[in-house]
Structures are given as C-alpha cells and as structure tokens.
Write a protein that binds this ligand. Structure first.
Ligand code: SAH
Ligand code: SF4
Length: 352
C-alpha cells in the first residue's frame, strides 16, 4: 500500500481520476494534507463519505511514529525521536529563536560518511529516507505549532545523514514543501548542508529553486580533513572548492561554511588564515560552532579564549562569520545523539 506522503500531486490526481473523481478533489485533499495538516481522510469534511473511506482503505497515512521527546531547559528547542515502518529510528529538532521556527531534519538512517566527531557518523549507515519520511518530520512540528497560529519558517537538512547522497528524495521533499498549492514554504527558507559530496553540489547548481547551501568544512588542509571527514579522501579540498566556485559562478548564491572548533585541532589563527585563503573569491559566510562532544569522540570543544582568537583572525582576513552558540546541549541536540541515547536504554517511553 502506498503512503499518501510518498505521492506527488500528479500521482494523486491520477489515482482519483482512475476512481472517476473530478480533478478538484486532488486540490482539496492536497490542501487538507499540506495546509490543514490532517493525518486522516476521515477529517476531510468536504469530501463525500465514500471517498474518505476509500482513501483510508487504499492509502497509508503515517510514515513516522514519535517515540521520545526532549525539551531544552529554556523550552525553545525540542527534539523528537521517530520510529519508521521498519523499526529504524531517526531524530529531528525544532528550534525557536526570535521570529524563526526552524526544523532540522534527517535524510538518512545513520550516515555513510562516518565523520569522527559526529554521533550519527559513529552509528554507521542503514538506509536512505524516502521523500515522505523527510517531509513528514516538518509536518509533525508544523502540526504542533498550528494551534498557536505559528508556522515553520525554515527547514535545514542538518539532522542525521548526508542529504546530497540521498539527492532525489531530499529534493522531492523540498519541492513538495515548496508547492504553493500546499505547504508553500519559499525556496530560500531551505538550507542543505553537505560534508562535500561534489556530484550533489554540481547538481544543486542546476536547480531552479534558490535553496541555501552549507558546506561542513571543519578543516583547512587535506591531512586533517581526511581524518575528520573521510569523504575528503574521495573529494579533496581542491576538488571541493572548485565545485564551490562553479556553484557561486552559476548561481551567484552565497555559501555558508560550517566550522566546528575542536580544542588544539583546528582552532589556531594559522587555521583561520588558511580558511580565508581556501574560500577566497567565493560568496562566503562562515558559521563557527564549538564542537558538541559525543561520548565516543576523542575531540573536545575549543576553549572560549581560543574561539575568540580564531574569530578575530578570521575577521581580520576579511571573512564574514558568526559564532553559533550550540543550542539545546542539555537535550543532546548534536546530530544523532538522542538516538544513541535511546539505543543505550532498555526501553523507550512513547511520548506525544
Ligand atoms: N551530513 C551533513 C548534514 C548533517 S550534519 C553535513 O555533514 O553537513 C549537520 C552539521 O552538524 C554539520 O555541519 C556537521 O559537521 C555538524 N556536526 C556533526 N557532529 C557535530 C558535533 N559533534 N559538534 C558540532 N557540529 C557537529
Ligand atoms: Fe554524516 Fe554529516 Fe555526521 Fe559527517 S557530520 S557523519 S556527513 S551526518
């Protein structure tokens, strides 16, 4: 049985037409799912009873089951662990700050890249998520906000997995959430973060929608980056930065470089200078973030004075940057950490 969240609009239209239904029914159903955010055909009051029954019986209506939920001390960050059809688990985070309500979504169960500082990378790789499983994470949080009249303003692909290695499902989810007949979230409100999957960066340069691109750099020379981000052995810095230059040239869009500061590893003023040289000529912005330590990780976050020194050196080299304070550290907000916690426990309490 196909899940309704896996269907494109045209597929729904085709199904309904094969049932002899008029085409405006597809618009009504689309609006119920992506605007009213309902999860049952039974709630679609403007459809005939018989059609509602048929939709319920012929399609699946759930792809994610929330099983654990953690709220940060300040109540602004919420992390949810979901079960999938096959009992695999993924996690997603809702972050509220100022006017923004940002969902951080997963695109894979685990991750094939295996970065040495990342909880997801340490957990191995199971499978790609489907487009429905990706977008349902966003709909879940949107549903929670709706009673207060609030909306999701941003979606970042920074949860578990490497989104560009699951390119088609990731982009299908973006297109579906961007669709003006439904969820209608503008392309600029999405950001894809990649560890440097070069074929995906090239493909992104061809896309019509102006979705943001983030590159998780973390190191400024191949020797160190090979250790931290093993994908670098396949696409070393020269190849990665060339792809970034082509992307900038084609799209005129700014690239955000993510840089997790690790004590004594990548946080000297000399590293800052290298970072400036490496990204020279690109429309660039650097996001600095102190490493969020994971249980199996040998690296520690940089001390405050070292972070400050790094930031000053970067700015002196003319690189615009922001220091991101790690949000929700008290709820294991680092990618893959809630899932690791749940594996360590004997039982997961259903919640919500
Ligand atoms: N796979 C993609 C997107 C998911 S990871 C990528 O790597 O870009 C999202 C971000 O969290 C990346 O920038 C990643 O490098 C960063 N990250 C992972 N583990 C971290 C940790 N322990 N501390 C700080 N940042 C971390
Ligand atoms: Fe995968 Fe990103 Fe984690 Fe690296 S940082 S293991 S690419 S999820």
């Amino acid at each position: 049985m196909i899940d309704v969240f896996e269907m494109q609009y045209e597929e729904l239209l085709e199904l309904l037409s094969s049932w002899g239904e008029p085409s405006y029914r597809a618009d009504q159903i689309w609006s119920w799912i992506y605007r009213s955010l309902v999860v049952q055909a039974n709630e679609m009051h403007n459809l005939p009873r018989e059609l509602r029954r048929r939709l319920e019986e012929s399609l699946g209506w759930q792809v994610l089951w929330p099983v654990d939920r953690l709220l940060s001390g300040d109540g602004l960050t919420e992390k949810v662990l979901f079960h999938l059809h096959d009992e695999e688990t993924i996690e997603s985070v809702l972050m509220r700050y100022e006017e923004r309500r940002t969902v951080c979504v997963s695109t894979q169960v685990g991750c094939p890249v295996g970065c040495s500082f990342c909880a997801t990378g340490q957990s191995g790789f199971k499978r790609n998520l489907t487009a429905g499983e990706i977008l349902a994470q966003v709909l879940h949080f949107a549903r929670g906000l709706a009673p207060a009249g609030a909306h999701i303003t941003n979606v970042v692909f920074m949860g578990m997995g490497e989104p560009l290695m699951n390119y088609d499902a990731t982009w299908e989810a973006i297109r579906r959430l961007n669709d003006h007949r439904g969820f209608n979230l503008g392309a600029r409100h999405f950001t894809i973060s990649t560890a440097g999957w070069v074929p995906g960066i090239r493909d992104m340069a061809q896309e019509k929608q102006a979705v943001g691109l983030g590159i998780s750099l973390h190191a400024t020379n191949d020797e160190l980056r090979n250790q931290l981000v093993p994908l670098n052995r396949r696409y070393p810095l020269a190849v990665l930065t060339r792809a970034c230059r082509e992307y900038t040239r084609k799209t005129r869009r700014r690239i955000t470089f993510e840089y997790a500061l690790m004590d004594g590893v990548n946080d000297t003023p000399a590293h800052a200078k290298e970072l400036a040289e490496l990204t020279q000529g690109l429309l660039r912005h650097v996001n600095l973030i102190p490493l969020n330590p994971t249980s199996e990780c040998e690296y520690r976050p940089s001390r405050k004075d070292r972070i400050e020194r790094f930031r000053r050196a970067l700015e002196a080299s003319g690189v615009p940057c922001t220091l991101r304070i790690s949000r929700g550290v008290d709820i294991q907000a680092g990618c893959g950490q809630l899932r690791a916690r749940s594996r360590d426990r004997t039982r997961v309490e259903p919640n919500s």
